[in-house]
Design a protein around this ligand. Structure first.
Ligand code: 5HY
Length: 244
């Protein structure tokens, strides 16, 4: 099977780290196609970034349909454009936030999310409600490090994530941690070892869930709201996105 893992921001270095996390857990017969959005924000850290990033994401899904992809992973913790992408795609589309939250709920009765900037906390909180995770998600926390500073040693990001996880386990009555950014994927294994609790990276969780759904022969339902977009005229700079 072919799974397209899409980074909806335009930072190729981040896509490389995301692709490595995806390939590390993919089954031998799974081909991971990693893609970086061709247009939009270098990182997604708010509602505006997210709204603009959706166009680049949908362009990658449309291309994936032509490339014969069996499933898609939206590798950004806001799950931007998830339902729009599901309208476009025949196969399953998995957002890393939903994947990580659902995986966490299988291994703990409560989890905390540790994300980047405080201003993006509300985006994760909205997803908690949208996914019906209010009971399981005990708290959304932030380390106040920008997305593109995560791999800058001077940001001390890893130590800050570790500290916030420790606080969450002490204060939130959580039994698991959900990492709230695709850029934190490579931290999951070592934090799990050090904290002795499941620390979940959504990229890996989404790849395994996509494999399971494709393996079950499940595709996105085209009965109702996720049916293919209705054909109509699109004009201007987005005319190329007109539904076929
Ligand atoms: C992400 N932004 O996973 C989100 C994380 C965040 O560019 N990739 C981004 O902080 O919302």
């Amino acid at each position: 099977m072919r799974i397209k893992v899409i980074n909806p921001n335009t930072t190729a270095a981040m896509t490389d780290a995301i692709a490595a996390a995806a390939r590390a857990v993919a089954a031998p017969a799974t081909e991971i196609v990693a893609a970086t959005s061709a247009s939009g924000p270098a990182s997604i850290e708010g509602h505006y970034d997210e709204a603009v990033a959706v166009i680049g994401l949908l362009e990658q899904v449309r291309a994936g349909e032509a490339e014969g992809c069996d499933a898609y992973v939206i590798a950004c913790f806001g799950d931007p454009g998830l339902l729009a992408a599901r309208e476009l795609a025949a196969g399953p589309v998995i957002g890393i936030a939903e994947a990580a939250m659902r995986a966490a709920s299988f291994v703990a009765t409560g989890f905390s999310v540790v994300t980047t900037l405080a201003r993006t906390r509300v985006i994760a909180e909205h997803l908690v409600v949208a996914y019906g995770m209010e009971r399981a998600c005990r708290r959304v926390r932030a380390i106040d490090v920008a997305v593109l500073a995560l791999d800058d040693p001077s940001s001390n990001a890893r130590a800050r994530v570790f500290e916030e996880c420790r606080r969450a386990l002490a204060e939130d009555a959580s039994g698991a941690i959900v990492l709230g950014c695709a850029g934190m994927a490579e931290l999951a294994a070592s934090l799990t070892r050090e904290l002795q609790v499941p620390v979940i990276d959504g990229v890996a969780a989404a790849v395994k869930i996509a494999e399971a759904l494709v393996g079950l022969g499940l595709k996105t339902s085209k009965h109702g709201d996720l049916a293919s977009p209705l054909r109509k005229r699109y004009v201007g700079g987005l005319a190329h996105l007109a539904p076929e």
